[in-house]
Design a protein around this ligand. Structure first.
Ligand SMILES: Cc1cc2nc3c(=O)[nH]c(=O)nc-3n(C[C@H](O)[C@H](O)[C@H](O)COP(=O)(O)OP(=O)(O)OC[C@H]3O[C@@H](n4cnc5c(N)ncnc54)[C@H](O)[C@@H]3O)c2cc1C
Length: 502
């Protein structure tokens, strides 16, 4: 077992968990299936925590998964996640451990617009995840109708919530009314998950809504302190600098993947097999009731290993564990996932753009189009603003709207540019474009989802050294992914230690 003072900071919490049981007495082979951020962090943590394991990462395509920086007009640009929340310390800690601290960049603040019936409205500044906490401000913006404002007033005296988790719709609609839910809360709170307010649970998506409803009844009153704290961070008193909430990386988020792969390539105890799809995980040997050897099937080959971390998207994970826990496999496979496509367009900067001072646009579901958001990437990121190009990202598709899947890249680019023309009057010529598709990227976190997933994960782990990880088991954000990968590694080593020392 490694000395805890030698471990990277991002492993502090999970290593304490592993240290309780001590390490296995013999050497082990471990497979990590899926080389996205979760799987790569799990592999990195395994090497950091133990000298006794040999690790193989099986990756169907190339390392990184959804975390992808590609080039457009020869400029590196994020075509998946472009920032992470600083509040989850793990991401900053991992960047620091990988020598990327000096490359962290803050996105620029700017106005977010909402599209309603062809017109653009500003998102209220005094709001949290679409919940407006200042009645006068929301009334003055002109976005919400008189009837909608009347419904919103109900929230002030709404009784305290009793009971457990609810969908966003169930908690928000009775308090704020359907119109505020549709125009503001769903595009923000559910939009992050490409999901629907009617099926996403609050505890896994916006737990602060649940806390506010339990403590205050009223969401607007309960969330007001959060909004005030946010405004103070953004506009601090003289002598203090604004505190950033997000960081990106100046050469793109893919730098995290490149550095993780580079740092592991120094070790002789790891192999990353790219272009290798695992088709099944079979039970190869049992020791009493516990599985102690797994066979990973990939094409004509079978790989025997002592432990497995599965870091594939939910539907694949469900399929892969069917030999081990058929019922759980079925349950996991049946959880709906949303797929999206992103069109990134490059324009000449000299062409006039109406986006000055704006960060982006959200499109509520009621507008009846597959486009959900526009991000003015060059406005958001100072490093992209330095070029003589203007980059715009258009997000297409959400839960229950897969129309983008049957569209060609050309059709998606046409959809995006026609939308920019009709909404902003942008008729300039596109210099270059690209489309990136993310199938089954966003799990639907139904009420009580995380508790249910923790139970399933434990049931699978009780069969032997096999740990399920990935967004299905604990949040989509990059910080959550890093914490989850690290936890999967320490949990697996703990089980291996228990078997190995017996
Ligand atoms: C468009 C988009 C924008 C996002 N924006 C943000 C953001 O700004 N901030 C943020 O914090 N989060 C964001 N997220 C969420 C975040 O990107 C993801 O939650 C995270 O990257 C998931 O990482 P992962 O490693 O768990 O899964 P994945 O990235 O899905 O990786 C899984 C890997 O498994 C591989 N694989 C699949 N099947 C097999 C198999 N059978 N055998 C071997 N390998 C297999 C895949 O090729 C893939 O590389 C965004 C997500 C998307 C899609």
């Amino acid at each position: 077992m490694k000395n805890s003072s030698d471990l990277p900071e991002y492993l502090a919490e999970s290593s304490a968990y592993f240290h309780e049981s001590g390490e296995a007495k013999k050497d082990f082979t471990i497979a990590v299936v899926g080389g996205g951020i979760t799987g790569l962090v799990a592999a990195h943590a395994l090497l950091a925590l133990s000298d006794r394991c040999r690790v193989t990462v099986f990756e169907r395509a190339i390392p990184g998964g959804r975390l992808a920086t590609r080039t457009l007009c020869d400029i590196p640009i994020d075509v998946g996640p472009d920032n992470f929340l600083i509040r989850r310390q793990e991401a900053v800690q991992l960047c620091t451990a990988l020598g990327l601290k000096d490359e962290l960049v803050e996105p620029k603040n700017g106005d977010v617009k909402i599209l309603s019936d062809g017109k653009l409205f500003s998102m209220p500044k005094k709001s949290h995840m679409g919940v407006p906490v200042d009645f006068k401000e929301i009334a003055a913006l002109g976005l919400v109708s008189k009837g909608g404002l009347k419904a919103l007033k109900k929230d002030r005296n709404y009784p305290k919530h009793q009971g457990g988790d609810r969908t966003i719709y169930e908690l928000v609609a009775p308090r704020l009314g359907e119109e505020v839910l549709d125009l503001l809360v769903e595009p923000m709170a559910a939009g992050i998950h490409a999901g629907l307010a009617s099926t996403l649970g609050v505890s896994a998506t916006v737990p602060e809504f649940l806390a506010a409803a339990i403590q205050h009844g009223s969401l607007t009153r309960g969330l007001k302190p959060l909004v005030e704290a946010k405004l103070l961070r953004e506009n601090p008193p003289i002598g203090r600098s604004p505190e950033p909430v997000f960081y990106g990386l100046k050469n793109g988020m893919g730098s995290i993947i490149d550095r993780l792969v580079d740092s592991m390539s120094l070790s002789s105890r790891i192999e990353i097999r790219v272009g290798t799809e695992v088709e099944a995980i079979e039970i190869a040997r049992k020791s009493g009731p516990l599985i102690d050897k797994f066979a990973l099937v990939a094409g004509q080959n079978k790989y025997l290993v002592d432990g497995v971390i599965v870091s594939t998207p939910g539907p694949t994970t469900g399929e892969l564990i069917k030999d081990i826990e058929p019922e759980i496999g079925k349950q996991i496979s049946s959880i709906p996932h949303a797929s999206v496509a992103l069109a990134t367009l490059a324009y000449n900067k000299l062409d006039l753009f109406p986006s000055h001072g704006q960060r982006g646009l959200l499109v509520p579901r009621s507008q009846g189009i597959p486009i959900t958001a526009v991000t003015w990437m060059s406005q958001k990121w100072p490093h992209l603003n330095k070029s003589d190009l203007n980059f715009v990202r258009i997000s297409i598709g959400k839960m229950n709207d897969n129309s983008h899947k049957s569209m060609t890249e050309g059709q998606l680019v046409a959809l995006a540019s026609e939308f920019l023309a009709s909404t902003f009057g942008i008729k300039a010529q596109i210099i270059e474009s690209r489309v990136d598709r993310y199938n089954e990227a966003f799990p639907n976190y139904a009420p009580d989802h995380l508790v249910n997933m923790a139970r399933l994960r434990e049931s699978v782990a009780s069969r032997g050294p096999i740990i399920l990880s990935g967004p299905l088991f604990g949040g989509i954000g990059i910080g959550s992914r890093i914490a989850d990968g690290a936890m999967a590694a320490s949990r697996l080593l703990k089980i291996l230690g228990e078997i190995g020392s017996g």
